[in-house]
Design a protein around this ligand. Structure first.
Ligand code: URA
Length: 234
């Protein structure tokens, strides 16, 4: 198996992340540093990262978490701030988030050690639909602004794809987008004249937040992971 794939299967990082780790000279095979991600290896090759031996594939796990505000969606923070990974018991696995939510956003985020799945779900070509509930100001949102969101709005990094947008009650929007640009929902709302006060993700592909309490998580069942693998859906 390719070295990068081996590292991804061992839960070190996504396949792309593993390639970077290899190129950075952090990986050795039988004591010799290797910088070629395509090197052929198996469990007996003696693969180590930062001097620590890897024992081979780790059980794949995917958790659905209701991220509270103020928690970062990174695997680790240099300043020791709380991350989504801190909220899930890793049982020795190296977990990382699938995509990002802003620190002040809440709601559904996946945390996994399955590098291939994480890479697929965040790759723009998969266009997994994500649904958000946004409380905006000023209130209410007019028909013209809603129409603009549905047609796609011009942002500094280009026009967005059309979103599904509806107003649940004055100033509360439900928006479904298929792209994962930085601060996208906030910027789209801003572009049509409304500032986002709170933002919660309630759906990701086939998965729903439902009534999971803030800060709580649950492990996805095998059938849910399979449906997710076949995303997009919705
Ligand atoms: N769009 C945003 O603006 N923020 C998020 O956290 C997610 C989507």
């Amino acid at each position: 198996m390719r070295l990068a794939k081996f590292l991804a299967h061992a839960g070190v990082a996504s396949r792309r992340g593993a390639e970077e780790i290899i190129r950075a000279g952090r990986v050795s095979i039988a004591g010799t540093t290797v910088i070629d991600p395509a090197r052929d290896v198996d469990v007996d090759s003696g693969v180590a990262v930062d001097g620590r031996f890897l024992e081979g594939p780790e059980e794949r796990m995917v958790f659905l978490l209701n991220k509270p505000s103020g928690v970062l969606s990174t695997a680790a923070d240099a300043y020791g701030r709380r991350t989504v990974v801190d909220l899930v018991p890793a049982r020795g696995a190296r977990l990382y988030p699938v995509g990002r939510l802003d620190a002040d956003s809440t709601g559904l985020i996946l945390v996994t050690n399955d590098g291939d799945l994480a890479q697929r779900l965040t790759h723009p070509s998969f266009e997994v639909p994500r649904t958000y509930r946004a409380v905006v100001h000023p209130v209410p949102v007019g028909e013209r602004a809603l129409r603009s969101l549905r047609e796609g709005v011009e942002l500094e990094d280009g026009r967005t794809a059309p979103a599904k947008a509806r107003q649940l009650k004055p100033g509360v929007l439900e928006l479904t987008i298929h792209e994962g640009r930085n601060h996208q929902v906030k910027r789209m709302c801003e572009a049509v004249g409304h500032r986002v006060r709170t933002l919660q993700r309630i759906r990701f592909g086939p998965l729903r937040l439902d009534d999971l309490a803030e800060g709580a998580h649950r492990q996805l069942r095998a059938a849910e992971v399979e449906t997710l693998r076949r995303s997009p859906s919705g």
